[in-house]
Design a protein around this ligand. Structure first.
Ligand SMILES: [Zn+2]
Length: 485
């Protein structure tokens, strides 16, 4: 790490402690008058082309055409409860054609189908980073070019990301990257309406909820910051918060509300309850970002109302040990409220996970050796152990809050897709879903937990196209030829 790296890392940690999740350079959006169509598009037909029989062991379309590619002789973790584990998967164009046993899937092969032997390796849905700033805050990293950042994401197995602070300028940049064919990953953009005391109007009024503005960029929701600095900064009065939440909600938008402290959650839960007026959250899927400190009563309310908890397993990581102000800001009697991932999981709250890259990754965000903090495998490891990259011992209040590996995996795949209304097209491997997938060197569900960070990403496919092939894994990637016409 060069001197610049140290400075950047220090700045990062300081900025994080001060506010958490800095937006970089927010642009103030003009309030707009041209309100567009409100309400959500019908979710029942969002890319659903499933033809599978829910009861059969193999989900196939019997009349389907020949696949371009078959991966077989592997462990396919589909994240689809109808067939959680399979041996083989067939791909046609940008979609999954069939998933099942070696025999059933290989029987679908024809002349021209590429047959790839996984040789026992594990294949999973492409990972979804549900909360990050990979592209928006890339200026905080040592990646000079956005293309390098995107390549790094893909090498780590990310195929989708929710960019949580997309100002108008950043949205333009994302669309430009996509038009130039450089974006490669799928991006859900969340439009901020405030940061600290800054207000950005209602930029969402220019769009329709879930509008696809370019093939890889959708406008997924509205981001708000309720509190910062462990709750020592509260950004709204309850009345103003309620009004803004209600306005976005009534316009049909999903809210992603940054809440850290017990008080922040109290305001957030009140505002959401007022907006929903007893209506189910299913149609809105409002989500709470970070969900750091919650009481038993708040946890119950999150569960009963069906709010999505968006957690960042990189956090708290080194922060309590590395932040001299932690003990002043979070009294010891409040530690029991912190990062209750397993309590939430056991209560049946839907968890989605994100890196918050480049935030919450501490000094390790500049590391290049091993599995870095921006890796989904590292994230699963952290969720399951609360152990950071320097192997510091978890604090006592983290005990009992270790997520099972399977739950962490779900939060990074199928539940991540749910959180952006995309469970019918991604996050699991079933006929009709996008062929967004990753081949891993080992099975995260069966390796000893300590070995999770050592699992390598060997191949990343997005929409049927091989976007990354690890050195030495070329035999898995012959498929590339099929799409490089
Ligand atoms: Zn963030």
């Amino acid at each position: 790490m060069g001197p610049r790296g140290h400075v950047v890392a220090q700045t990062m940690v300081l900025a994080l402690l001060a506010v958490a999740c800095s937006p970089g350079e927010p642009t103030v959006a003009a309030e707009t008058e041209n309100s567009t169509t409100v309400g959500r598009p019908d979710q029942s037909n969002v890319g659903t082309t499933e033809t599978g029989d829910a009861t059969s062991e193999t989900i196939v379309d019997p009349a389907g055409p020949a696949p371009d590619v078959i991966f077989h002789n592997g462990v396919v973790l589909t994240m689809d409860p109808r067939l959680p584990q399979a041996e083989a998967i067939a791909i046609l164009d940008d979609k999954v054609l069939a998933v099942g046993s070696d025999d059933s899937i290989l029987a679908k092969g024809r002349v021209g189908t590429q047959i790839i032997d996984l040789n026992g390796r594990t294949l999973v849905p492409g990972f979804i980073d549900s909360h990050a700033h990979w592209i928006g805050d890339s200026e905080w990293t040592d990646y000079e070019f956005l293309d390098d950042t995107i390549q790094y994401m893909i090498e780590n197995g990310w195929t989708s990301v929710n960019e949580m602070f997309v100002s108008p300028g950043r949205l333009e940049k994302l669309q430009e990257l996509d038009r130039q064919g450089r974006l490669r990953v799928r991006v859900n953009a969340y439009l901020p309406i405030n940061f600290l005391e800054q207000r950005f109007g209602r930029p969402y009024l220019e769009y329709t909820p879930l509008e696809e503005v370019t093939p890889h960029v959708r406008i997924a929701g509205v981001k708000m910051f309720v509190d910062n600095d462990w709750g020592h900064i509260v950004n709204w009065t309850p009345a103003d918060l309620n009004a803004e939440v209600q306005a976005a909600h009534q316009a049909g938008w999903q809210l992603a509300i940054h809440a850290f402290s017990v008080e922040g959650h109290s305001m957030t839960l009140d505002a959401l309850a007022l907006a929903l007026q007893g209506e189910s959250n299913e149609a809105y899927r409002h989500r709470i970002e970070h969900v750091v400190a919650v009481t038993d009563e708040q946890l119950t309310e999150i569960q009963e109302r069906g709010y999505i908890a968006s957690i960042q397993p990189n956090f708290p990581g080194n922060i309590p040990q590395g932040d001299p102000t932690f003990d002043d800001k979070v009294p010891e009697e409040d530690h029991r409220f912190l990062t209750r991932w397993q309590d939430m999981n056991q209560a049946g709250i839907r968890l989605v996970a994100g890196t918050d890259w480049p935030w919450f990754t501490n000094e390790s965000f500049l590391e290049r050796g091993g599995a870095p903090a921006g890796s989904p495998l590292r994230l699963i490891y952290k969720a399951a152990t609360h152990t950071d990259v320097n192997n510091r011992v978890p604090q006592p209040w983290m005990d009992g809050q270790f997520l099972p590996v399977g739950a962490a995996l779900r939060s990074l795949t199928v539940d991540g897709a749910y959180a952006t209304f995309e469970e019918d097209v991604k996050g699991s491997l079933a006929p009709g879903r996008w062929a967004d997938l990753v081949v891993l060197s080992d099975n995260p569900l069966t390796v000893p937990i300590g070995q999770l960070p050592e699992i390598d990403v060997l191949l990343t496919m997005i929409g049927g196209k091989v976007e990354y092939c690890a050195e030495g894994a070329e035999n898995l990637c012959a498929v590339e030829a099929a799409h490089s016409d």
